[in-house]
Design a protein around this ligand. Structure first.
Ligand SMILES: Cc1cc2nc3c(=O)[nH]c(=O)nc-3n(C[C@H](O)[C@H](O)[C@H](O)COP(=O)(O)O)c2cc1C
Length: 210
C-alpha cells in the first residue's frame, strides 16, 4: 500500500502518523501565563534533538477554532517552560491535564499534581514527575496558522532521588517506569529491552574477518 501525504486531509495524516511513529515520549509541559496562572498540558509531538546546545522541540497545534493553546500563548509571552517526563503513577494526572480547561484554571489545582519551584525559570514544576527539564524558549517556528514548533534550550534538570546514580550519572531504568504514547487513548510502558554493541568501522572490519 502507498499513500500520498500531499493528497491526504490532516485528520488522516494525524491518524497514520500517530499510529506509525510509536511509542512517542510524552512531555508534560508546565508554563505560566502573564497573569500568573500555572498551566500543565501533555504534548507527544515532542523529542530531544540536540545535546550541544541541549534542545527540545514541542509540536503545538491550535484548537479547532484556530485559537492557540494555553501552552503556546504562555511560551510565546513568557519564553519559559518545564518539560516533565511521565511515569506510570503520573499518567492519569497527565491525561487529566489534557482537558481543555479555560485559561484561568490551573491544572495543578484540578489534576492532583503538586507545585514545586524551579532554579532558573519562573514556572512551577511538578513535584511528582520523575524527571523535569527547565527550558528557555530559543525559537518559535510558525509553520502555518494551526501549527507552531517551540524549540527550547534545557537549562537545568531535576531527577527524583534514587533515579540517577550520583557517581556514574547512569539512570536506573527499572526504577524509571516511563510510559510512551501509542495512538488514540493507548499508552505503553517500557517492559522489554535488548542491546547491540555499536562498532566503529575498524571494529566492524575486524569482526567480519575473524
Ligand atoms: C498524551 C497526549 C499527547 C498530546 N500531544 C499533543 C501534541 O503533541 N500537540 C498538541 O497540540 N496537543 C497535544 N495533546 C492535546 C493537548 O494536551 C490538549 O489540547 C490540552 O488541552 C492543551 O492544553 P493547554 O491549552 O493548557 O496547552 C495531547 C494530549 C494527550 C493526552
Amino acid at each position: 500500500m502507498e499513500l500520498n501525504f500531499q493528497e491526504l486531509d490532516s485528520k488522516t495524516r494525524y491518524k497514520l502518523l500517530t499510529a506509525a511513529v510509536i511509542p512517542r515520549p510524552i512531555a508534560l509541559v508546565t508554563t505560566r501565563s502573564s497573569d500568573g496562572t500555572d498551566n500543565a498540558a501533555p504534548y507527544s509531538f515532542f523529542n530531544v534533538f540536540s545535546d550541544d546546545p541541549p534542545l527540545l522541540i514541542l509540536g503545538l497545534q491550535s484548537r479547532n477554532s484556530r485559537i492557540p493553546k494555553d501552552t503556546t500563548n504562555n511560551i510565546r509571552q513568557c519564553g519559559e517552560f518545564v518539560v516533565h517526563l511521565v511515569d506510570r503513577p503520573l499518567a492519569e494526572a497527565m491525561n487529566e491535564c489534557s482537558v481543555d480547561f479555560p485559561e484561568e484554571v490551573s491544572e495543578f489545582d484540578v489534576a492532583g499534581i503538586t507545585r514545586s519551584s524551579c532554579r532558573f525559570v519562573q514556572v512551577s514544576r511538578i513535584e511528582e514527575a520523575p524527571i523535569a527539564f527547565e527550558c528557555r524558549r530559543t525559537i518559535m517556528l510558525q509553520i502555518n496558522e494551526n501549527r507552531e514548533l517551540a524549540i527550547g534550550e534545557i537549562l537545568y534538570m531535576h531527577a527524583r532521588d534514587g533515579l540517577i546514580d550520583p557517581n556514574t550519572l547512569k539512570l536506573n531504568l527499572p526504577k524509571y517506569n516511563i510510559v510512551g504514547r501509542l495512538y488514540g487513548d493507548l499508552y505503553t510502558p517500557v517492559t522489554e529491552t535488548f542491546a547491540y554493541t555499536r562498532l566503529s568501522h575498524s571494529e566492524w572490519l575486524k569482526k567480519r574477518t575473524t
